[in-house]
Write a protein that binds this ligand. Structure first.
Ligand code: ARG
Length: 263
C-alpha cells in the first residue's frame, strides 16, 4: 500500500510538472516569479545581437528593459534559435518572443502579437559585381534565408529556390562564399551586417534597392497570455507615441519607420 501511495504521489508530481510546463505566461505569473523571460535569437542587429562578453544588446533588448522595469520585474534573456522561439513561447517555456518578429496572418493563427512598433522590409543582398541587379534577376537562382523567417516564407511563396540556415550569419556566409547567388534578409539587419562585412578585407556585399515586402515588427506571446500582452502593449505603445522607440533607433544608427506609415 505504501508503495502504491508512493507511486501515486510520484505520478501526481510528474503530472503537475507537465501541466506547470504547459502553463502559458500571464501578467500575474510574470509578477509572481518577479521576472520576464524573453526568447531571442541574438543574430539580428540592430534589434538583438550577441556581444563578445556574452551579453545581448539591441533596440528590442532596450525596449524590453524598459518594459520589465515598468512591470517591476527583472529581465531574463534566453538565447534560442529563431525557428524554435514561437514553439517555446506557445508551450510556456518562455513568456514572450523578442526577435524582430514580423506580424503575419499565419503566425496570428498560433500566437498573439502586440501592436507593431516599427515597419521593415525584406532586402536582397548579393556579392559586389554579381549579375543580379533586381528581383527579376532572381528567377532560377539559389537564395539563402534564415530558417523559420518571413524571408523563407516569401521566397517559398514566390517559387524561388532556397537554401535554409539556422543562424543568420551562415546565410550571409553562403552568399559570400558563392554557395548561393543571393541572400534575402530584413533590410535594417542587412544594412548593419553588410556594413560590418564591408569594413573587412574580403568580398564586398551590396544591398539591392528594391525592397520585397513591408513587414510590421511586434512581440509574440502564447494564446492565453492576453493580460500580459495588454500590459506590455500599453507600455510599448506609449514608447512609440512619446518618441522613445524612435530615439532607440537613432541610438543604434538605424532609420526608423513608424508603424503608422502602413496606414
Ligand atoms: N522579421 C523576420 C521574421 O519575422 C526575421 C526575423 C529574424 N530574427 C532574428 N532574430 N534572427 O521572420
Amino acid at each position: 500500500m505504501k508503495k502504491f501511495i508512493g507511486f501515486m504521489l510520484c505520478a501526481m508530481m510528474i503530472l503537475t510538472a507537465a501541466f506547470a510546463m504547459a502553463d502559458v505566461a500571464t501578467l500575474s505569473s510574470v509578477k509572481d516569479k518577479g521576472e520576464l523571460v524573453i526568447a531571442s535569437s541574438p543574430d539580428f542587429p540592430p534589434f538583438e545581437s550577441l556581444q563578445g562578453d556574452g551579453s545581448v544588446t539591441g533596440i528590442e533588448i532596450d525596449i524590453m528593459e524598459t518594459v520589465a522595469e515598468k512591470l517591476g520585474v527583472k529581465l531574463t534573456i534566453e538565447q534560442v534559435n529563431f525557428d524554435s522561439i514561437l514553439l517555446g513561447v506557445m508551450n510556456g517555456s518562455y513568456d514572450m518572443g523578442v526577435s524582430g518578429f514580423s506580424v503575419t496572418e499565419e503566425r496570428k493563427k498560433n500566437v498573439l502579437f502586440t501592436d507593431p512598433y516599427c515597419l521593415a522590409a525584406q532586402a536582397i543582398v548579393v556579392v559586389e559585381g554579381s549579375n543580379i541587379a533586381s528581383k527579376a534577376d532572381l528567377d532560377g537562382k539559389m537564395i539563402s534565408v534564415q530558417s523559420g523567417t518571413t524571408a523563407e516564407l516569401f521566397c517559398l511563396q514566390n517559387g524561388y529556390t532556397i537554401d535554409t540556415y539556422t543562424a543568420n550569419v551562415d546565410a550571409e556566409l553562403a552568399v559570400l562564399n558563392g554557395t548561393v547567388d543571393a541572400w534575402v534578409i530584413d533590410d535594417l539587419t542587412a544594412a548593419e551586417m553588410v556594413a560590418s562585412n564591408n569594413a573587412g578585407n574580403g568580398k564586398k556585399l551590396v544591398i539591392l534597392s528594391e525592397a520585397m515586402t513591408t513587414e510590421p515588427y511586434a512581440f509574440a506571446f502564447a494564446k492565453g497570455s492576453d493580460d500580459l500582452v495588454g500590459a506590455i502593449n500599453y507600455i510599448v505603445n506609449e514608447m512609440v507615441t512619446d518618441g522613445t522607440i524612435a530615439a532607440l533607433f537613432e541610438k543604434y544608427n538605424a532609420p526608423y519607420t513608424s508603424p503608422a506609415a502602413a496606414n
